[in-house]
Design a protein around this ligand. Structure first.
Ligand code: HEC
Ligand code: HEC
Length: 197
């Protein structure tokens, strides 16, 4: 009985929200066109669902966000600052009526959006590039202290940079822990960074 009541409440809330805003709410369609995404993007999408959209109850009001198609309408590939989803979470206006999202949830959203950027190969791979392309999207969620070149130094073998833990754990697939292996381009970035040390 309580379940039924909850369902009715959610349904009427959706109806009311939909009417008020003129938004269209489509039924969840887990099929979508997610198969066209790379493994990394599918992983990022799954993470966005499990760690951000579901716990923040976005789906209660925006049921379309259960599909990739629905999410796609709310972001600009590779550009978080111009993605309505990111902007509304950052400024706290979404989730409407709920607790603002955490910094970690915001970072998960950012890396999801960034996983759709077309990487431009940088000429010089300095720490800023490593931070933006490797550490923020793949490492700092667990290694929260690795936010400076100095901190990264503990994973670097100064005498033989190419023998650094930073490269070996990534090349072996040991890190990022329990996550998809970094792609070849990302591993090349790390190599290029180490070569110029
Ligand atoms: C209680 C219902 C509710 C919840 C929960 C909610 N929203 Fe909304 N959302 C709305 C309504 C209503 C609007 C339209 C009015 C407005 O923009 O203020 C809206 C508008 C938006 C918009 C701008 C319109 C668009 O389609 O681009 C975005 C983006 C958005 N929501 C994202 C989210 C995200 C992401 C979450 C979860 C973190 C979320 N919302 C949670 C009700 C909700
Ligand atoms: C999901 C959490 C998680 C992520 C993401 C992650 N790590 Fe780790 N990392 C760990 C844990 C936990 C350990 C401790 C050893 C173990 O359990 O394997 C560790 C250990 C390490 C070590 C060995 C440290 C030492 O002193 O021996 C290195 C190097 C490392 N990680 C690098 C990285 C890099 C580089 C990334 C990003 C590409 C990354 N990790 C992403 C959880 C993570």
């Amino acid at each position: 009985m309580r379940h039924l009541l909850t369902i009715i409440m959610i349904l009427s809330l959706q109806a009311c929200v939909g009417e008020k805003s003129g938004l269209k709410f489509s039924a969840p369609d887990p099929g979508g066109n997610i198969d066209n995404l790379t493994e990394e993007q599918q992983f990022a999408f799954e993470e966005l669902q499990q760690k951000v959209l579901k716990p923040s109850n976005c789906l209660n009001c925006h049921s379309g966000l259960a599909t990739f198609e629905g999410v796609q309408a709310m972001f600009k590939p590779g550009n978080p600052e111009e993605s309505s989803m990111f902007v509304k979470m950052e400024d706290g206006s979404m989730p409407m009526g709920g607790e603002p999202v955490t910094t970690e949830q915001l970072e998960i959203t950012r890396s999801f959006i960034n996983s759709f950027s077309v990487p431009v190969e940088p000429e010089v791979v300095d720490f800023a590039v490593i931070q933006q392309r490797i550490l923020v999207p793949h490492c700092i969620q667990c290694h929260s202290k690795v936010t400076s070149e100095e901190a990264l130094g503990k994973w670097i073998n100064k005498k033989k940079p190419l023998k650094s833990l930073f490269l070996s754990v990534v090349a072996s697939g040991k890190m990022p822990k329990n996550k998809p292996r970094l792609d070849v381009k990302e591993q090349m970035l790390i190599k290029k960074y180490l070569e110029q040390i």
